[in-house]
Write a protein that binds this ligand. Structure first.
Ligand SMILES: Nc1nc2c(ncn2[C@@H]2O[C@H](COP(=O)(O)OP(=O)(O)OP(=O)(O)O)[C@@H](O)[C@H]2O)c(=O)[nH]1
Ligand SMILES: [Mg+2]
Length: 229
């Protein structure tokens, strides 16, 4: 069974105080508004309308949690960088995203979505550098690759990989298209690897054991410098 099949909507939250107690490893999807985060979640899940997709930027205004078969959660974050959102709302979202990414002990990795036609904006770079410093893995999906020629897409992939290489091997990059459903297996392999971690033989089998081990590891990792700031 592919990792993301049968993902189920679990909860939406509007404020950090609404965060449910951790109940499984979480993988967040972040990126500029309209980059294609919700579409990527739907594509990975093989489900047309799991996460809400819209032509109007700023559609996802809440943190939306989707539960996978193996107990892990995907978290669709509101997009950043959407200028038309009133300043007050933007600050609230920013606060919500930042609090979640900084404090959530069950967050084991970040999927960062960038439109392959406009990668590495200033806000993307901020997010990438800030999150990479937490030591947790990050996988970049250069999405909407269907809008580029093969050659242009390959060039973008190479450029972004080269730019991010100094951040180390925990930052990985691939092309993705929700329209063409391309890149799904590669993304599943990377995210599946995070969920399995580097299991010790005693915990090698999938299921609750692997998940709780992973959660403990995630909790360990977040005791890094970020905590308490
Ligand atoms: N051609 C193409 N269009 C895409 C792709 N992914 C997303 N889109 C389109 O881009 C628009 C935004 O997609 P969403 O998935 O809602 O983007 P989002 O990042 O979740 O946006 P916010 O929730 O507003 O931050 C929609 O019109 C999608 O149909 C893709 O891979 N290819
Ligand atoms: Mg969205």
């Amino acid at each position: 069974m592919p990792l993301f099949r049968n993902a189920q909507f679990e909860i939406s939250i509007a404020k950090p105080s609404g965060l449910p107690p951790p109940s499984g490893p979480e993988i967040a999807f972040a990126g500029r508004s309209n980059a294609g985060k919700s579409s990527a979640i739907n594509t990975l899940a093989g489900h047309v309308r799991l996460a809400f997709v819209s032509k109007t930027p700023g559609r996802t205004q809440l943190l939306n949690f989707f539960r996978l078969n193996n107990g892990a959660l995907l978290v669709d974050l509101p997009g950043y960088g959407y200028a038309a959102v009133p300043e007050k709302v933007r600050r609230e979202w920013g606060g919500l995203i930042e609090t979640y990414l900084k404090k959530r002990e069950s967050l084991i990795g970040l999927v960062l979505i960038m439109d392959s036609r406009h990668p590495l904006t200033a806000l993307d770079r901020q997010m990438i550098n800030w999150f990479a410093a937490s030591g947790r893995p990050m996988h970049v999906l250069l999405t909407k690759s269907d809008k580029l020629s093969r050659g242009a897409a390959a060039a973008v992939l190479q450029d972004v990989r080269r730019e991010l290489r100094p951040l180390g091997p925990q930052v990985t990059v691939q092309l993705f298209s929700s329209l063409k459903k391309s890149g799904v297996e590669e993304a599943e392999a990377v995210i599946g690897g995070w969920l399995q971690g580097e299991p010790e033989p005693a915990h090698a089998e999938a299921g609750d054991d692997a998940v709780s081990v992973r959660r403990e590891q995630a909790a360990e990792k977040t005791k890094a410098p970020d905590q308490g700031t």
